[in-house]
Design a protein around this ligand. Structure first.
Ligand code: NAP
Ligand code: GCO
Length: 263
């Protein structure tokens, strides 16, 4: 019998006050996991806690910047006391800066890389000792189309997400022997606040040119929604995927398979 249940498991999802992180966390809760999340500031965490409660999920929320090593370690210590040892870590927190490369400052580039890549490293490093102690663990890194493809204006983001793909493979290589699986999920274009500027209509109500571009590049013919990541997250978080390791599961409505709509 295939086991997609997560009863008794503790799942920590970073940056999960809304959007894709919350969509995945709600799915893990539905499968039986206890939900812990963090976000960068108290206001977001409070908002997130209220939304989880409204959805019937008794979540634990922490304020923590994933790039702050001391803060990350202190959060893991606190979670161990408050909830227990984390079985499932989803590295979801992130930002994007859409700036042409020649105008992008080194500081902006470093910031994007730091949050997605160093942040995921620090979170995984803090989670792994508990996973080794328990004899199992699941780490899921939220990658991107930009783990495979480039585009104008997102040099920092693409560098970070490409790096995150390789961090995923490296964690798999280093800890697979200890029954720890590290995989990635590569969402396609998902309707969240992060992509809202790419979907804004003009004053006459016409769709944004990028909106039309994405629809023409997506065989599914629509933007994704956070719920599209629910099934893949539950699969990669549970026993059903115990021999899947170092894999990036793209959830993109077919973008990576498609050359684009013919003229
Ligand atoms: P998002 O705005 O990227 O949500 C991420 C969350 O992380 C926000 O709550 C954000 O807070 C928080 N965060 C930012 N910096 C942080 C830090 N240093 N420490 C802790 N938390 C931090 O929205 P999303 O679209 O749901 O994206 C979630 C993840 O999926 C990101 O990694 C994103 O790159 C990735 N992704 C998104 C798409 C898409 O189309 N939406 C596609 C592929 C991959 P603030 O609100 O204050 O920034
Ligand atoms: C952009 C987008 C993307 C998506 C996503 C694609 O400006 O191109 O924000 O980067 O958010 O990561 O998978």
């Amino acid at each position: 019998m295939v086991n997609f249940r997560l009863d008794g498991k503790i799942a920590l999802v970073t940056g999960a006050s809304y959007g894709i992180g919350m969509g995945m966390a709600l799915a893990l809760a539905d499968a039986g996991a206890k939900i812990v999340f963090n976000d960068i500031n108290a206001e977001l965490v409070e908002k997130g806690l209220a939304e989880y409660k409204a959805q019937g999920v008794d979540a634990h929320g922490y304020v923590c910047d994933v790039t702050d090593e001391a803060g990350v370690n202190a959060m893991f210590k606190q979670i161990r006391t408050d909830v227990g040892i984390v079985d499932i870590l989803i590295n979801n927190a992130g930002i994007i800066k859409r700036i042409p490369m020649l105008e992008m400052t080194a500081d902006d580039f470093r910031k994007v890389v730091d949050i997605h890549l160093s942040g995921s490293f620090l979170m995984a490093k803090a989670a792994l000792p508990g996973m080794l102690e328990k004899g199992h663990g699941k780490i899921i890194n939220i990658c991107s189309m930009m783990s495979e493809l480039g585009r104008e204006t997102v040099s920092g983001y693409a560098a970070a997400k490409g790096g995150l793909k390789m961090l995923t493979k490296n964690i798999c290589s280093e800890f697979g022997h200890a029954n720890i699986q590290c995989n990635g999920i590569g969402p396609g274009y998902i309707a969240t606040p992060q992509t809202a500027p790419l979907r804004e209509k003009d004053a006459d109500g016409n769709p944004h040119p990028f909106d039309k571009f994405i629809l023409s590049k997506t065989p599914a013919g629509r933007w994704g929604v956070p719920e599209d990541l629910a099934g893949p997250a539950v699969f990669l978080a549970g026993d059903a995927s115990n021999f899947v390791n170092g894999h990036i599961l793209y959830v993109d409505g077919g973008i990576l398979a498609y050359i684009g709509k013919q003229p």
